[in-house]
Design a protein around this ligand. Structure first.
Ligand code: ATP
Length: 252
């Protein structure tokens, strides 16, 4: 990736070039077991970065650090240039981080509408506005507005979860395996929405096993193995490393 401020002259240009997310020299562990070792990854403003690699490589752990759910034992996390190490996840959210975790991230015992009401607490918009935005993007949810989220299909639940991104206008969106357990046609629909979010200028860091879907929207791909980022580059440039990872020649 080019240096963010390369060739820029005015203060406004420099401000606009501050990356959405910078993870620098991170060491992260669970108890005494370190699982991320000196990880550095930058997500430029408005760019989509696909984080890929075998099971257990540390991808979800990295997303959890970026969401403020895990604190690194070493290194820095910057959101829009602001140092956010050690602050609560709500502060990460206020700084512009929107996290959509694996497993849908909705409240199963609340209806679709009630879930949207919860999402609305993180924004200055009214519930009516959020419903209009959510139902415009996902008309199926309008039909199910009074249904408990726990009774929705997997794809509908993922759509509801993604409404968070459409309604909170984040600086950086973290998506963890949104395709998990879904039929390819639904995955295609969801990635169309990811493409729209990216086109609206939201930076996205996504973890995805469905390589074709992820690389279809990604500006850059980062390949992770055994708690380290091995390769970062444009999708076409990392294809070799990626196929090695997916052919299983690399272990976690
Ligand atoms: P997958 O693709 O299978 O989801 P991943 O690349 O997202 O894997 P992580 O889930 O980040 O990998 O796990 C990285 C390592 O950290 C693994 O060895 C895992 O067993 C370990 N790990 C993850 N969560 C915990 C936890 N809560 N407590 C202890 N170890 C954990």
């Amino acid at each position: 990736m080019p240096a963010a401020t390369e060739g820029l002259t005015t203060p406004a240009e420099r401000r606009a070039a501050i990356p959405a997310l910078e993870l620098m020299d991170l060491r992260v562990g669970y108890g005494r077991v370190e699982v991320l070792h000196d990880v550095t990854l930058v997500v430029p403003r408005g760019a989509v970065v696909a984080l890929m690699g075998p099971n257990g490589a540390g991808k979800t752990t990295l997303l959890n650090v970026a969401a403020g759910l895990l604190e690194p034992t070493q290194g820095c996390v910057h959101v829009s240039g602001i140092h956010v190490n050690g602050v609560a996840p709500e502060v990460f959210a206020r700084a512009g981080v929107c996290s959509i975790p694996e497993g849908r991230g909705v409240f199963p015992n609340l209806t679709v509408r009630e879930n949207l009401r919860v999402f609305s607490h993180a924004t200055s918009y009214s519930l009516g506005h959020l419903e209009a935005v959510a139902f415009e993007h996902f008309p199926k949810l309008a039909e199910r507005r009074s249904q408990l989220a726990g009774t929705l299909s997997g794809g509908e639940r993922q759509m509801l979860s993604m409404c968070r991104a459409f309604t909170s206008e984040p600086v950086i969106l973290l998506l963890d395996e949104i395709s998990m357990g879904l039929a390819p046609i639904i995955v295609g629909e969801l990635y169309e929405k990811v493409g729209q979010l990216a086109a609206s200028g939201i930076a996205i860091l996504l973890v995805e096993q469905f390589a074709a879907a992820a690389l279809g929207v990604a500006d850059y791909a980062a390949i992770m193995r055994q708690g380290r980022i091995e390769t970062v580059g444009e999708p076409a440039d990392v294809a070799g490393s990626l196929s090695e990872a997916y052919l299983g020649r690399l272990s976690a």
